[in-house]
Design a protein around this ligand. Structure first.
Ligand SMILES: [Zn+2]
Length: 108
């Protein structure tokens, strides 16, 4: 798929960001697919705008690349909140959303 006529304007920036991020971390598409646990074809499709991806991925990749995993924010860790409380908290908390995104990616 070439750049130009079929470009989906809303996602092209993100697809390019993904590719640049991957390259800046010196990851091949294969290495990134291993890191995320998705197929090589999926990576290709993300970068070529055939599949949309959650922009949170752009924040998750550097975390995983440094051999860490996303973690709940301090307030969630301290509060031992029940699910209902956690759900309402997560809506406004980027850090906790990242954990859920990671769990979702890894449990599919
Ligand atoms: Zn939080």
């Amino acid at each position: 798929m070439s750049k130009g006529t079929t470009r989906k304007t809303t996602k092209s920036g993100e697809a390019l960001q993904l590719k640049k991020l991957r390259e800046s971390l010196s990851l091949s598409q294969q290495a990134l697919s291993n890191l995320l646990g998705v197929s090589l074809q999926t990576i290709w499709r993300w970068e070529n705008q055939e599949f949309e991806f959650n922009p949170k991925l752009l924040n998750l990749i550097p975390i995983l690349h440094s051999e860490k995993v996303p973690d709940w924010c301090e307030s969630t860790k301290k509060s031992r909140a029940d699910v209902t409380t956690l759900l309402s908290h997560v809506k406004g908390c980027e850090q906790c959303q990242m954990v859920l995104f990671y769990l979702d990616l890894k449990t599919k």
